[in-house]
Design a protein around this ligand. Structure first.
Ligand code: AHR
Length: 514
């Protein structure tokens, strides 16, 4: 037990920037069993589906209020040619998915299937266009195909393929990882291409695109600077040129070297703490990119977009090395909860984030069995569900005093308590994580500014860090009501004391009066 309970001061009446629901975004790539077997089973499947799309997956993601879905990649985006994925399915050309397993892609899941999926999910589409091996014309025509009303060559082609009305497409990616799989470009060369491609991704028929330039890996702040420089316009009253509206970066929690990332389920406490150091580093990296952006865009008109994040472990034994299928334990859930706390604190600049990936790949929400088709919700899924109250809520600053909540991990002092809060109307939501693998923790919320008339709490934990859910044991890591929250008016006038077991994450919903 920590010597003194930690104290978290929250001014419930002093609200900060809105936490966009898009910080809870998702990512689905043509990679392994994410699309085929994950989202898509085809119309003839015995698995209940609508037009080939799995309905159990749709139902699970609707329950999370999934705000957006990024597709078709990832690295796949820069070798995807959208025309191959429209028209009658049996006439679509095949291609080789060279990045992911060198398998043949039949293009049965294409533009119409993706847009139908988004409609079923109630999610905004985020389409990643092909810069690496595509053309400006190809990307421009895809935008026209999707969004143009009235008479036009691409709108007419869309109609021939069975869709009369244009779709609404709010988010558009200008390539992916151009420093690597997206073309091995240098930052300045890509920055010019981003301007060029963005120019021909037109807003049409009332659809307004939020164009996202493909950004840095990890802490490559020079990449962000190259992109920001290319749109900066000091003579325009510090307002950047409006070629693209967002700049992305990717950050994966990979504690070991790439060649030996470690098992998703078999790890020791040292590996757990090393993982948490890497996970908490995301905040330093967000801050670094945001600081560069502040120089060129002090009014914060350009959004920072973390469109790939999550844990990346060795693939499960016996699975295809190119399919990136991994299990998901309580450790992954805690990685997610501390990421969200960091996201909430940077809601002024961070406009979107997309976990990689939604189904059957990397840090998935959902795993499906390739033989039985059974669906499993992972511990990470439950974090998204428990945090859904933060969507579009006003962030609240949390001043945490927790001098004893630390672990020395190599040369790093890991803070083992993580907390964030938001408010919407007559409620507030506090998320709090105890990363300590062995010790429980207590946090007293010192609540000021508004009266708290009620509370309820939920908790996610398990006997072991390695615990995970399977088709036969789907609830080993499950959400439970938490009765470890008590009034603590003695110390600070208006307090709530939260007891947290080791390696746990809890949410406390407060009912507020003025
Ligand atoms: O999410 C898997 C891969 O990781 C993506 O395709 C790529 O963008 C990143 O390197």
């Amino acid at each position: 037990m920590t010597a003194t309970p930690a104290r978290a001061v929250i001014d419930l009446d002093v609200t900060g920037p809105t936490i966009s629901r898009h910080l809870y975004g998702h990512f689905a790539e043509h990679l392994g069993r994410c699309i085929y077997g994950g989202f898509w089973v085809g119309e003839d499947s015995p698995i209940p589906n609508e037009g080939g799309i799995r309905l159990d997956v749709v139902e699970a993601l609707r329950a999370l209020r999934i705000p957006n879905l990024r597709w078709p990649g990832g690295c796949f985006a820069d070798e995807y040619h959208w025309r191959d994925g429209v028209g009658p399915r049996d006439q679509r050309p095949q291609m080789v998915n060279t990045h992911w397993g060198d398998v043949v892609e039949n293009n049965h899941f294409g533009t119409h299937e993706f847009m139908a999926l988004c409609e079923l999910l109630g999610a905004d589409p985020y389409i990643s266009g092909n810069v690496g091996s595509g053309t400006v014309r190809e990307m421009s025509e895809w935008v026209e195909y999707l969004t143009r009303d009235g008479e036009s060559p691409m709108a007419n082609l869309r109609r021939e393929n069975g869709r009369d009305e244009p779709w609404r497409v709010p988010f558009w990616g200008l390539g992916n990882e151009p420093w690597g799989c997206g073309g091995n470009l240098r930052a300045e060369a890509y920055a010019d291409l981003a301007r060029q491609y963005a120019t021909y991704c037109r807003d049409q028929s009332g659809n307004t695109l939020y164009r996202i330039a493909a950004g840095a890996s990890d802490d490559d702040y020079a990449w962000t600077e190259a992109l920001m420089k290319t749109i900066s316009c000091l003579s325009c009253g510090n307002e950047p040129r409006n070629y693209f509206q967002g700049v992305s970066f990717h950050y994966y929690t990979v504690p070991g070297p790439w060649a030996r990332k470690g098992s998703a389920t078999e790890f020791d406490t040292d590996a757990y703490y090393t993982t948490m150091v890497k996970a908490r580093k995301v905040e330093e990296i967000i801050r670094g990119h945001a600081a560069v952006m502040d120089v060129y865009d002090p009014q914060k008109t350009v959004g920072l977009v973390l469109d790939e994040w999550g844990t990346w472990w060795d693939v499960e034994p016996g699975t295809h090395p190119g399919f990136l299928y991994q299990q998901n334990t309580l450790r992954d859930a805690l990685v997610a909860s501390v990421h969200f706390d960091a996201f909430h604190r940077h809601a002024d600049r961070l406009a979107m984030a997309n976990i990689a990936q939604t189904v059957n790949v990397l840090q998935a929400m959902i795993l499906t069995d390739p033989d039985s088709g059974a669906l499993v919700l992972t511990p990470t899924y439950h974090v998204f569900a428990m945090n859904a109250g933060h969507h579009d809520a006003a962030s609240l600053a949390v001043h945490l005093y927790a001098p004893d909540a630390r672990r020395e991990v190599g040369i790093t002092s890991l803070e083992t308590l993580s907390i964030s809060a938001s408010t919407k109307g007559e409620t507030a939501l506090v998320s709090v994580t105890n990363l300590d693998a062995e010790e429980p923790a207590a946090v007293v919320l010192d609540l000021r500014g508004r009266s708290v008339t009620g509370h309820s709490a939920r908790i996610l934990t398990a006997a072991k860090l390695q615990d995970h859910n399977t088709a036969t044991e789907p609830d080993t890591v499950a959400v439970r009501d938490h009765d470890g929250v008590r009034p603590d008016d003695g110390a600070f006038g208006h307090g709530l004391r939260i007891e947290l077991p080791p390696h746990s994450y809890a949410t406390v919903e407060l009912t507020l009066a003025d």
